[in-house]
Design a protein. Structure first.
Lengths: 152, 375
């Protein structure tokens, strides 16, 4: 499916998705409440079949926290990027997608550990790299560590 | 008369207990801890504990310029250091729309493939060692040494090279490079037969790996298992074929695909890939065009604001670099999608129901490098 058709198709599924200009991938910002339903349909519908989640990243944009999903269909070879935003820096949470793409389980744990984004319904949401009891989330822009991070 | 004490006898066959494999265990190939739930000697479930060598490379990238970041990527998957460098170089070149000289593309492709062979050789020796065949280790390291010598001659280092720079190469190749690479290919074509005689055809090894540790194609895609491990399950995921970079679109090579998805199939994928890598090198080595070894680049590289993603085929699977730039000389956010991280997520699924000794073989066939998981 080419980019223009795919764009129409996604906007048909989620009319309030916000289209974002990007040279490489077709990018949409999805309302958090609709992400899980959309993911299910993206994977199951015959003409979409996004079965391969090749990257899941947490991003701190200061005003909001963002989860970026890079998706590909191994059958149709088309790609898509979805973004979900949360403005709550303390309890901000988005729905997990690890029941749809199993690789998300560890990626979401990493995003929780380093970026402090919570994932609803995640089976085992614990820190992944850092030990339990670590204060703060190092990849956030406002993280301060006077001992380990050297400012030049 | 002695008093007989009747102790309550526990049935250990039914009781579930946990053991720690690692962080210091030879079969984890680094500092990875696996908490394994066992019933008898059958694995019920498994939880990986990571972070023993987490260095915060992604955080460090936010403070470093793009040429500096290349030196950090060496230290992720140190066995495919060149390929990691390649990913960042391509990302910067594509973002700045720099046209790289043909000579650079050829040299990079050849060195990537040499790196892949060296990595698979080291995998082969450690896999053999995991299975109890210590001889493999000496055979594999002996041949890997030849590649490291070629690397050392051209750019001075053996493990962490940082040879690629945005726009080209750090320096030109050594005058003897082509001659030595051709000599190596001739040498290794003979020696790889020994590998097959020693381990591939070995009855004990085949009995321990065939039919063990099955991963279906659907699960491989869902878990994001890429590289030789994913292709053993039939998941066509070779980035060199699907999103060509370098001169992979000009050479003739097969994407090795398996069907069975067991430990032996994952083993065979890597053995066959070494042959394909040698074929790629042979097609290119005599045709390196003359020209500059680097394009003209600005002293300070600033990527235009926006998002960039670059995929390359590292020796263990797909490496992705996701970069958000705000127009400064350092990235706003850099994320590495490392192949081992995703491959590790499938380990629990693959190893449920196998014996604990087979877990060692499965781990060896997934070929994880821990610094790449921890980053």
């Amino acid at each position: 499916m080419d980019k223009a058709t795919l764009k129409e198709r996604i906007l048909g599924l989620v009319p309030d998705a916000e289209f974002q200009e990007n040279k490489q991938f077709l990018t949409f910002i999805i309302p958090p409440a609709k992400m899980h339903d959309l993911s299910l349909r993206l994977k199951s519908e015959v003409d979409l079949q996004f079965d391969y989640l090749f990257c899941l990243s947490g991003v701190d944009m200061v005003k909001f926290l963002e989860v970026v999903y890079h998706l590909e269909s191994t059958t149709h070879k088309h790609q898509l990027v979805l973004k979900v935003r949360t403005e709550d820096r303390v309890n901000g949470a988005v729905d997990t997608v690890c029941d749809i793409w199993r690789t998300a389980e560890l990626h979401e744990r990493e995003a929780y550990d380093l970026m402090g984004i919570r994932f609803n319904n995640h089976p085992d949401l614990r820190r992944f790299f850092l030990e339990e009891g670590w204060v703060g989330h190092p990849l956030r822009k406002d993280y301060v560590d006077e001992v380990n991070i050297v400012e030049l | 008369m002695k008093e007989v004490i009747n102790l309550p006898v526990k049935n250990i066959e039914e009781e579930e207990y946990h053991i720690n494999m690692g962080p210091q265990h030879p079969s984890t190939h680094g500092v990875l801890r696996l908490v394994v739930s066992l019933q008898g000697e059958i694995v019920k479930s498994l939880k990986p504990h990571c972070g023993y060598i987490h260095r915060g490379i992604e955080k460090m990238c936010e403070k470093d310029t793009y040429p500096q970041i290349i030196h950090l990527t060496d230290r992720m998957d140190y066995l495919s250091a060149h390929i990691n460098n390649h990913a960042v170089c391509l990302l910067v070149e594509n973002a700045l729309e720099v046209e790289v000289p043909e000579r650079v593309k050829y040299i990079r492709t050849i060195i990537d493939e040499l790196n892949r062979i060296a990595s698979h050789q080291l995998w082969w020796c450690s896999f053999g060692m995991d299975m109890g065949g210590l001889t493999c280790y000496f055979y594999g390291l002996r041949d890997r040494e030849k590649i490291l010598d070629i690397f050392e001659e051209s750019f001075g280092s053996r493990l962490l090279h940082s040879y690629y720079t945005p726009g080209g190469l750090m320096m030109d190749i050594h005058p003897d490079f082509q001659k030595n690479v051709k000599a190596f290919i001739k040498y290794f074509r003979k020696k790889i037969k020994d590998y097959d005689d020693l381990l591939t055809g070995n009855m004990i090894m085949q009995l321990r790996t065939k039919g063990v540790g099955f991963l279906s194609k659907e699960d491989a895609i869902s878990y994001g298992v890429t590289g030789p491990s994913g292709r053993a399950s039939g998941f066509s995921c070779d980035v060199r074929k699907h999103h060509p970079y370098g001169v992979y679109d000009k050479v003739d090579f097969k994407e090795i695909l398996g069907t069975k998805g067991d430990t032996f199939e994952r083993y065979m994928m890597r053995m066959n890939e070494m042959h394909e890598s040698m074929r790629i090198i042979e097609q290119l080595i005599d045709n390196i065009p003359a020209g500059d070894y680097t394009a003209k680049m600005k002293a300070v590289l600033k990527l235009p604001a926006g998002e960039y993603y670059q995929r390359v085929e590292a020796s263990r699977g797909e490496l992705g670099v996701y970069c958000i730039s705000d127009g400064n000389k350092t990235p706003y956010r850099m994320k590495f999608r490392s192949p081992n991280f995703s491959n590790l997520s499938a380990l629990d699924h693959i190893s449920r129901g196998v014996k604990i000794a087979d877990l060692v073989a499965i781990g060896g066939s997934l070929d994880y490098v821990i610094p790449d998981i921890d980053r």
